[in-house]
Design a protein around this ligand. Sequence first.
Ligand code: FES
Length: 146
Amino acid sequence: MSEENSLYNPIVMDHFLNPRNMGDLDDADGIGEVGAAACGDIMKISLKIDDNGRISDAKFKTFGCGSAIASSSMATELVKGKTIEEALQLSNKNVVDALGGLPPVKIHCSVLAEEAIKAALDDYLKRHPEMASRVAAAEAAKEKKA
Ligand code: FES
């Protein structure tokens, strides 16, 4: 193992070495693919979303560093079972916290995971305008309350 690996805690190493939800969903309802300008790494997230707007499955394919793989593994775990509204709130900080922290130079890898999840949700909402209206109405109601 390289010296760099000593920077990573056991949770990150576990998600890097035994990634959860790796692969594609043939019948995905939303797909997001993003790239990091800084390093050229690429992350693709596929989501299966049921009629109630809940994420029933999530998979990823990441061409990138260990932190990007660990971040996409954790991000797919975090959004599974969530509603679209809840998943839209997922931040890279949530991913970093769930991983028990990342070295500062690797934070952008977790940003890629947040962006890929959001891109997949956007793709789904573009394909399902009726759900997009529902999400927008729920957001507006929440803002009114706040
Ligand atoms: S180094 Fe760029 S995604 Fe990790």
